[in-house]
Ligand binder design. Structure first.
Ligand code: HEM
Length: 408
């Protein structure tokens, strides 16, 4: 590998110049140049270091040590009982982990309870669209983010994709639930556990011979990667809602963003990389998400699994042609072709022509549209069934720290 290792970067690090120079020396692997300014972040300032070379020092060292000490099975067993944001941590956790988690579970100072409450209202009003978009726009997009697709495929969870999708769906479900960040909600717990999972993956995945063969990096899940995936979630969802002309009051749009800013923080993203506004988010996504999108054999397989999950849930409305057309409709021709999704002439055209008017009628902006009697029912049923299929995946499930990679 011709990349600087994290150790080298950290040794060289601290000085912006040194890190910048390392990034510039590896243009093929470093992705696009990082020029996004920390002034546009929730922190409002920062050193401006390319997050490609920043991971999660504290969590990574801690979880590596838990794995080396053989303490992960015991920790997972204890953490199964920790499910609610306001619940004390279970007794018996190793002291270093307990200290870390007590800090990691705190909401950032800039979290605004009022805005989080408005986000709940928005999620309730728009739950039907959000469920479909998290599951399908974000889920499918993650399959064309090469580093994510490879990490998911070769990590422990890759051996049982249905289980893994359930765990990921849990995060979408928790952030959208009425209690999300409240003491009896679960979003803080889900984020802190996920932060530990990501730290474990950084330690374990480099030991996978399968991953090492295809990876273009030494250590996965950099802070830049975290933000890439983050943009596949709220930024992409908001783009679709806007494209569908769903009317969203400015306060609700800002609140939805806020709930995701808090999530990014709790997942261990440094505040200087978390966009402060939608404009800043769009600008960052343009720089980090768009240029990395590409097909991989792993991503193509993952996309196929996602399509089949929908069909397995309900093959009458969620048929393969409908789901393929919906993927093309949401993500465009290029991504559909990367994922080897065939053209579905009938459904592709129907979505192009009738989805906009359907949303307009649903939103009370239009009285009717041609063939509305049949189509309104069909599209509405499709939305409802998709949300059910997606939520059924978010069944009560425990996010656990992995101890190995995918053996295949
Ligand atoms: C695990 C969410 C970024 C790779 C998880 C889990 C959640 C999650 C909820 C727990 C589910 C499970 O254990 O399977 C997120 C969110 C992200 C993000 C919200 C960003 C905002 C990333 C990135 C990568 C990644 C950037 C890789 C480049 C993985 C892997 C696992 C995981 C490999 C563990 C799978 C296993 O159990 O082996 N993530 N993730 N994630 N995530 Fe992420």
């Amino acid at each position: 590998m011709d990349e600087p290792s994290r150790r080298n970067v950290l040794v060289a690090g601290g000085t912006l110049g040194a890190v910048g120079a390392l990034g510039a020396a590896t243009p093929a692997h470093a992705g696009s140049l990082w020029t996004w300014s920390p002034r546009g972040s929730v922190a409002g300032s920062g050193r401006g270091v390319d997050p490609r070379w920043v991971w999660d020092e504290e969590a990574d060292a801690l979880v590596a040590s838990l794995l080396d000490r053989g303490e992960v099975p015991g920790v997972n067993a204890l953490l199964r009982t920790w499910t609610k944001n306001g619940q004390p941590l279970p007794a018996g956790l190793p002291a270093d982990l307990r200290d870390f988690m007590e800090r990691a579970r705190r909401l950032p100072e800039w979290a605004d309870r009022g805005r989080l409450a408005t986000a709940v209202e928005f999620n309730e009003k728009r739950g039907l669209y959000l469920g479909v978009l998290y599951g399908f726009a974000s889920g499918m997009m993650s399959t064309v983010i090469p580093r994510e697709a490879r990490a998911v495929y070769y990590s422990q969870g890759g051996a049982d994709m249905k289980d893994r999708i359930s765990k990921t769906a849990k995060l979408g479900y928790d952030i959208g639930s009425r209690k999300a960040y409240d003491p009896d909600g679960e979003m803080i717990v889900t984020c802190v556990k996920t932060r530990l999972v990501h730290a474990a993956v950084r330690h374990l995945l480099p030991k996978s011979p399968y991953w090492a063969k295809v990876a273009d990096e030494e250590i996965p899940i950099s802070q830049r990667d975290l933000m890439v995936t983050w943009h596949s979630l709220p930024t992409t969802v908001m783009k679709s809602l806007t494209a569908w002309k769903v009317p969203i009051p400015a306060a609700e749009s800002a609140a939805f963003l806020h709930s995701w800013q808090v999530a990014a923080h709790l997942l261990g993203t440094k505040d200087e990389y978390i966009p402060a506004s939608w404009d800043e988010a769009d600008a960052q996504a343009e720089q980090v998400l768009k240029p990395v999108l590409a097909p991989t054999p792993e991503g193509v397989k993952l996309a196929d699994i996602l399509l089949n999950l929908g069909v397995a849930f309900d093959g009458t409305i969620l048929t393969k042609p409908v789901l393929r057309a919906f993927t093309r409709f949401l993500l465009g021709d290029e991504i559909a072709e990367w994922l080897r999704i065939p053209v579905e002439p009938f459904w592709d055209r129907l979505l192009d022509v009738a989805w906009g008017p359907f949303v307009a009628v649903r939103e009370g902006l239009l009285a009717t549209f041609p063939r509305a009697d049949d189509l309104y029912w069909l599209f509405d049923e499709f939305l409802r069934t998709m949300v059910l299929a997606y939520l059924s995946e978010a069944k009560p499930i425990s996010i656990e720290i992995p101890q190995t990679n995918n053996p295949h």
